[in-house]
Design a protein around this ligand. Sequence first.
Ligand code: SF4
Length: 361
Amino acid sequence: MCNNYDESLLERFKEVAAKEHLLPTKVTDFYKKKVDKEVAAIGIGGPLYKCVYPTEEKLSLFGPGEVDDFVQEYNHYPVEGNTDIVRQYPNRLLFMTTETCVCNCSYCFRTIKLAESGDILDRIKNSLDLLIEYLKGQPEIEEVIVSGGDPALVPVSLLREIFTRVRELGIPHLRLHTRSIVYNPEVLSDELIDLLAEFDVRLVFHIMHPYEICDVVRAKIEQIRKANIRMYNQHPLLAGINDDPEVLKLLYTELDNMRVRQMSAFTPDIIAYSASFRVPYKRICEIFDYLNYNSSGWVNAIRLVGAIPPGKARRYNITNWDQEEGIITFEINGVPFEYVDFPEELYKKSDKKTLLWKKYK
Ligand code: SF4
């Protein structure tokens, strides 16, 4: 370990994580090398460090409205007794194929669920049977999104079985979400890439920051591009990681150059221990207004959304904004939801020189 790390902080987090059922720290060697360089240059707490290691603020800062499951996934299990099939929208559903990731994100919105479960591979075959039975009676479903955890870790033979059986039902769209591309690109093996190409699966990355993209990541994305696989990206907007328009513009430009289409930036979920990552909605709007005005269409077409219990909320879904109480009311399909905003006095605006330290050093 790079000796500038704060061992006592890591130890303290280990205890809190065990007690509060949070995901423990787990970092791949590939990603750690990047964090080591960042720590050597600017100390702990920089953007890549913050993606995977705990900060003092993570342990000590708490905000209003924090809950364990912000999007209330438990309200969207269509098959009784099964928690691997999640349907929130009429035309698509999620199929959770694993609850393991190659590296644990410190902002993970499913932290408590993932920390509490073990490997679910042994039960997934049964869930797949249930999924197929369920889909037979749901002709309006046109997309199955394979998610997790990180489904790139699921054995290729099992992914093949999932894709084959879903396609046999005539469902045209398949999608797979992964963050392994930056944590360990080797997870996206030749065999997996061939499979994704064969089934024309849309591949969605979760790349957070431009410094996560190095030559090895670029080469892997180029290999995937050559296989004619459609690639996308989405990420949450997080304090101290990417809450600055210059960071986002650089990230979106890098992605576009690699033929990866940025789809969405998400407001962070209000879950336990999320306060150090949260950004007041006013600041989020400021960042996107700046991007809209100062960037080309292929950057500013990106949608800003918040995943809230009634669905994906955009700015135009706001029906009331009580700045004094810090409550923003969104309405989706006639269903109102009161979003508890992050208080401005708890938010520390990120320093561009830290977020983009390679440029400003
Ligand atoms: S890759 Fe996704 S599911 Fe896995 S730890 Fe990160 S945020 Fe959580």
